[in-house]
Design a protein around this ligand. Sequence first.
Ligand SMILES: [Zn+2]
Length: 413
Amino acid sequence: MVITGCRIRGKEGLYDVTYDNGVFTKIVVHGKEEVPKDAYRADGRMMMPPFVEPHIHLDCVLTAGIPHYNMSGTLFEGISTWHEYKTTQPLVVSEIKERAKTALRLMAEYGVQFVRTHVDVTETSFKGVEALEELKEEMKDIIEIQTVAFPQNGILSVRDGKKLMEKAMDMGVSCVGGIPHYEFSREFGIESINYIFDLAEKYDAMIDVHCDEIDDGQSRFLETMATQAWQREMGSRTVAAHTCAMGSYNDAYCSKLFRLLKESGIRFNSCPSASMHLQGRIDTYPKRRGITRIKELWDAGINIALGQDSIADPWYPIGVGNLLRVLEMGIHAGHMTGYEDLQHCLDLISINGARNLCVEEEYGIEAGKPANFILLDGKDDYEVIRYLSPVILSVHNGNTIMEKTPAVATIHF
Ligand SMILES: [Zn+2]
């Protein structure tokens, strides 16, 4: 198959891109060689590697309103509402899979091909784990899924919490998760982090921890995570998600912390739409934004990717799978609407996410790499974020997984 006359993100000029048997085989300057009659005409639109969703909870998606809505909008009412859901609804593997698949179809419409999902392992029937592990296998040629053993109610603060984590890892989950700021005490939080790293080493797994997802400037589990990652040289396989408390740290502490963050090599994930909705709820005014220091991490060269966290679940009532919407919110909240940032802001929902998932190897528009790409109805990052340009073609391992005809408006004046 040939895509003719496309821009390639980060390159000048137009190109013809050929892929066969799931792999990019040839990339030449447009017009240099004859192209087949059935070539896809890109008309100057931009091709780039697919969007990456680094943080979502597919076991919870599309459950908003059951058994009731989260009326306060806080993280903690979200957790208790989910607890009501999982203890009062019959959990059925086929139903969880169908909801998750509906969410994946939504994401596919917006160019997502790689997804890391958390799955609650304090839900002791383990139907969520079973469902998402099955889906991971069934969907692997269409969308690549990684799973995270997520102890929603804590590891030490739950009876047999460690056994539940181990059971999930035995079932094939890809990453070890955690929630140190939600454990009963600081001591439990610290012990949970040490345990998470031990477990990851035992199973040779990646780490992705909900860390300091709270507006409490005293929540400092990130320094323990980064120190563990530094000591064990596991930074490139470790993600600290949310780190909302960093938005409340004082600058003197934060400048000391950044030295460790850089040396540890850990990666970050922020979910601006979810955090702006959930955090700051207990403040009066001034009200905090509830997000981590996205711009400062980005400027320091530390890898940070943005994700959705939720699609219509007890934590966040809206969302349709569109990462551009999350990016738009993130660059506003993070003061990243300056000219320079806008030139490469799509990194936050593409290559940076790929680094968090450790899938950079299969990622990039280059001969010899898997034919994974999207085509956007725009010509560069600036235009795409300004117009929230739709993805009109999404190809994974050479298979077309989504095509869209861009809408045409007729203006009557
Ligand atoms: Zn989350």
